[in-house]
Ligand binder design. Structure first.
Ligand SMILES: Nc1ncnc2c1ncn2[C@@H]1O[C@H](COP(=O)(O)OP(=O)(O)OP(=O)(O)O)[C@@H](O)[C@H]1O
Length: 614
């Protein structure tokens, strides 16, 4: 059996995640990641980036000047002479300190303005990249559970991209203030700076270790959280409200939800003792070092090695430096932590580029004459039997072919292979002789139209619901024609804004359609495309008899210009088909016209008779 590696997704599990998140790795890669975000911010709003950087530099420099002025003012203030004289002496420095404080506050306001502008724009840019990445990958990549988990982690990265702006701003500001305070401090007594640094290193290391533990925990609970949020979405959806109540599913759903929540919580709680140990150790070590720093200052002052004025300034500078270092550490840790998530976002985006369908190679013709499957097989990952097994079929332009068979016989998989949505693992699918594995996949997408079993009710206007996937148009005539083909003209004309009516819940100012009406819209969308290969998988399962009759009549009418394939369990409908293909366990077991198969004594006849036996 071929490896599921055919899916080819190199997800997180394929890498040793925590190796990649060692301190060294983080320190090495965070600047590059921050650089990427800076480039994104630059692209989004240059003016705000410049203002932010200038504001932080000016604000930091002003705080350094403020400290230097305070130090200068301190000497006359604690010196000799009358109070008036001392104040007079210190006055120029005090005025300088006041001006520096004003400049510092003013630049902070501008920095805040820039931050307010950048936050939403960065969030949008990161979010947009994620959406692009998910839409970019080949359909097969969805089969890989790692892809979903990686996507969840990338989503967490998107949320954090917004916070990154604040963190970068505070990080920069505190770094500049620290350098300024450190400069003043070093000028006063170099020893102070060394002792001070020693005091903060242990808590810095502790905070980084804590961030790693948190991230490691989040990795272990991602799968649980994903399934929890999926189940929550289903259980609380208004669409399944009747099913949940009508079948008294509520108690079991609550029980299930509580159980999975408890298992997620258990994993998180298991990590808390480690976090406590790291915190206690780093606080104790940094406290001891800080006590040593203040002890050294006291000793230097008492032994007359530094003057009282210098000592007083050192205390002010130490306070400012400590506050800056605390901010710097807190925000460096925040940056590190967010970089862990952003690295996931970045990996996901970059991986998606290698999972994109090919955009080179031969372009399949707009009006394809023949689609041929030759000895085609396909396995899903973790399945022991192929979903499609050694199938050879030919479909010709102008034909309507019905594919039938019991549940799980491989019909939907086969049509995905014919559409080029899945790649064959054995055998070939060719469009007019072009092997789809070599063909330009983007061009191929323009030639296909499909109605799937689980079609989506897009919260868009009627017009957009019909034209979705096609270039925007102002010509409503073909839109009405497509709606006419599915018998929806009257229903749409009754809507408040006709084609402009939003098809969404009343909450959003829209109107809702019935299940069958939605299915008609899905059919209209595929017909509007006028594709070379039109595939309809159970297109009328929700429709009334009139709707069903109309769809099949229209399909027959428009069959000349294309190849039409219909998958259906309602065997009556296969009468319109030129040929019927019957599948069982992934193989084609019968092939012929309705007249031939209905009396051939095979599976088709059996299923048809069962459908008539009511
Ligand atoms: N995404 C998937 N992952 C794993 N196995 C799958 C997946 N989709 C389908 N299968 C398996 O492949 C086989 C064929 O499924 P397929 O959906 O092609 O059948 P089908 O004939 O279209 O069924 P139905 O009539 O119920 O729609 C089944 O055994 C099914 O369990």
């Amino acid at each position: 059996m071929p490896e599921p590696a055919a899916i080819g997704y190199q997800g997180t599990k394929a890498r040793n995640v925590m190796d990649e998140h060692s301190l060294w790795h983080l320190a090495r890669h965070s600047p590059r990641l921050l650089g990427r975000f800076l480039a994104m911010a630059w692209q989004a709003d240059r003016c705000a980036v410049i203002v932010l950087l200038v504001a932080e530099v000016v604000g930091g420099a002003a705080s350094g000047v403020l400290l230097a002025m305070t130090a200068q003012a301190m000497a006359p203030l604690v010196g000799t002479g009358t109070v008036a004289h001392r104040v007079h002496e210190a006055m120029p420095y005090l005025i300088g300190a006041g001006v520096s404080a004003a400049v510092s506050r003013g630049s902070h306001a501008f920095g805040q303005w820039a931050e307010d502008r950048l936050r939403p724009q960065l969030l949008t840019a990161a979010d947009q990249s994620l959406l692009d990445a998910v839409l970019r990958v080949r359909l097969e990549v969805y089969q890989n559970p790692e892809f979903t988990q990686d996507q969840e982690r990338a989503e967490a990265g998107v949320v954090r991209s917004e916070r990154l702006v604040t963190e970068i701003q505070v990080f920069l500001g505190s770094l500049i203030r620290l350098v300024a305070a450190g400069g003043v401090l070093a000028g006063l007594h170099p020893l102070m700076l060394g002792v001070l640094l020693l005091a903060v290193v242990p808590s810095g290391v502790g905070a980084v270790l804590r961030a790693r533990i948190e991230y490691r925990t989040s990795l272990t609970v991602t799968a649980g959280r994903t399934i929890k949020s999926m189940m929550r979405g289903y259980a609380t959806s208004k669409w399944v409200g009747d099913e949940v109540r009508g079948n008294s599913m509520g108690p079991y759903l609550r029980f299930w939800y509580a159980r999975i929540s408890a298992s997620v919580d258990e994993k998180i709680l298991a990590e808390t003792p480690k976090q406590l140990r790291v915190d206690l150790l780093s606080y104790a070590t940094s406290g001891l070092c800080l006590a040593g720093a203040y002890g050294a200052l006291g000793w230097l002052t008492v032994t007359g090695r530094v003057s009282l004025a210098v000592s007083a300034t050192v205390i002010v500078a130490v306070r400012q430096a400590l506050a800056s270092i605390r901010d710097l550490l807190a925000y460096t840790i925040g940056l590190f932590r967010h970089c862990l998530y952003l690295a996931d976002w970045e990996k996901f985006i970059d991986n998606s580029r290698t999972q994109a369908p090919r955009t080179t190679g031969p372009v399949v013709p707009e009006a394809v004459e023949t689609v041929r499957a030759e000895k085609v097989s396909y396995w899903y990952p973790n399945k022991t039997a192929p979903a499609v097994d050694d199938v050879s079929l030919t479909f010709n332009r102008g034909e309507v072919v019905a594919i039938v068979g019991e549940n799980g016989s491989g019909k939907s998989t086969l049509i995905r292979l014919l559409l080029g949505l899945y790649t064959t693992e054995k055998g070939t699918v060719t469009w007019d002789g072009i092997d789809l594995r070599d063909a330009d996949q983007v061009a191929l997408r323009d030639r296909t139209g499909v109605v799937t079993q689980a079609f989506c009710s897009w919260p868009l206007s009627v017009r957009e619901n019909v034209t979705l996937g096609q270039p925007r148009t102002h010509d409503d005539v073909p839109v009405w024609e497509a709606l006419n083909q599915v018998g929806m003209v009257e229903a749409i004309e009754e809507l408040p804004n006709r084609l402009d009516t939003l098809l969404a819940r009343e909450l959003y100012g829209g109107v809702l359609l019935s299940g069958g009406q939605w299915q008609r819209i899905a059919c209209a969308r595929a017909m509007y495309r006028q594709p070379a290969l039109l595939v309809m998988d159970e297109p009328t399962s929700m429709m009334d008899a009139r709707g069903e009759h109309q769809i099949f009549t229209e399909l027959k009418k428009m069959a000349q210009g294309r190849i039409t394939i219909v998958v259906t369990h309602r065997l009556e409908n296969t009468k319109i088909a030129d040929r019927i293909v019957v599948m069982e366990h992934g193989k084609v077991i019968e092939h012929g016209t309705f007249g031939q198969l209905a009396t051939a004594g095979g599976l088709f006849q059996e299923l048809y008779e069962l459908s008539q036996d009511r």
